[in-house]
Design a protein around this ligand. Structure first.
Ligand code: MF3
Ligand code: CO
Ligand code: CO
Length: 326
């Protein structure tokens, strides 16, 4: 069974207004899976083929250091795709052209597999048909590159790249401005990146996931933006999407306790309007219900003994915002 991308935590159409509990959603997911198929599988993913906690930097076993080096390499290569594509994001380019450039670079220059290509599918949904996700303006995530989508000045674009190198996944995304952005687009984009950084800054052993969500939600809402609830970050390693679910909202004192070696993504999706989402008939593209702008930034990281190691940092990023690093 394929495990879906960013996991949907709450399914709108069935209108459960129950308290959020991972265990509860797991039970509901299993009960309703025959009805909702792949769609409902988004609520739960299990890291069966790899235990992310095996990837510790704390342990001294060769196995662990191989895993750590594998994640470092995959992360660095994923980041390099975002660095490569920047100059091509200009008015007049199609999202399909960006997909082609990334695909060629990932396969031929990096010797990697683009994880999104042919990912998912089932339950009426076709596998993802392209090598990257391109999410423009009011598209929240999982936008499908197409030669019909010509970028124009003022657009904002998220490119989400996941590469597989020697079985390890590096998952990362960033926002691009096409020409000069509006004031609101620039502000949303910047606040969303700050949300990612504030989440990452909380990561260290003993901290609970709810604190990360709380930091992100507080910063977004202080700026009168909203946090998308229906998609979240995820455990990652030798599988694309595993436990834990990393919610981008929450309360201190809740959620799983972080331990050295855990690998996951933080990938806040922040909306200019309400947090509500809609899935287009292609069963992939998630858009804002109110058609207002949405932004997203993503990194893959690991909990170290003292803090966090971000695997997908780009050269343009100044890592002074990481308080403790291995
Ligand atoms: N890269 C996305 C994530 O952050 C998942 C994309 S899956 C795809 O988890 F099939 F939509 F490409
Ligand atoms: Co991800
Ligand atoms: Co991603």
């Amino acid at each position: 069974m394929q495990i879906f991308g960013l996991q949907i935590v709450i399914m709108e159409p069935i209108q459960f207004s129950l308290p959020v509990s991972a265990a509860l959603y797991t039970i509901i997911a299993i009960a309703l899976k025959p009805i909702f198929g792949i769609f409902f599988m988004k609520t739960h993913a299990t890291a069966t083929s790899s235990n992310p906690s095996m990837m510790g930097s704390g342990g001294t076993s060769i196995q662990n250091s191989v895993h750590l080096e594998g994640m470092r390499t995959a992360g660095r290569l994923g980041a390099s795709v975002l660095e490569m594509i920047g100059p091509y994001v200009i008015p007049g380019v199609t999202t399909e052209k960006l997909n082609q450039l990334c695909h060629e670079f990932i396969v031929h220059d990096l010797g990697c597999i683009p994880a999104p290509l042919n990912y998912g599918g089932g339950g009426g949904q076709l596998p993802f048909p392209k090598s990257i996700c391109t999410s423009v303006n009011h598209v929240i995530c999982h936008g499908i590159p197409t030669d019909k989508k010509v970028l124009k000045a003022g657009d904002i674009l998220n490119i989400d790249v996941t590469v597989i190198k020697d079985g390890f996944f590096g998952d990362t995304s960033k926002m691009f401005f096409v020409g000069k952005p509006s004031v609101i687009a620039r502000r949303l984009t910047q606040i969303t990146q700050e949300c990612l950084y504030m989440g990452i800054e909380r990561v260290k052993p003993g901290v609970r996931l709810g604190e990360i969500g709380y930091a992100i939600q507080t910063h977004a809402e202080k700026n009168r933006f909203s946090v998308v609830r229906d998609f979240c970050g995820h455990g990652i390693g030798t599988i694309f999407h595993g436990d834990p679910q990393v919610l981008h909202y929450g309360r201190p004192g809740t959620g799983e306790i972080l331990q050295p070696g855990m690998c996951f993504t933080i990938e806040p999706m922040i909306n200019a309007g309400t947090h509500h989402t809609r899935i287009l008939p292609d069963l992939w593209t998630a858009v804002t219900k109110d058609h207002k702008l949405s932004a997203q930034w993503e990194h893959t990281m690991m909990v170290t003994e003292t803090g966090v190691e971000v695997f997908t940092l780009r050269d343009e990023e100044n890592p002074t915002w990481i308080t403790t690093s291995s």
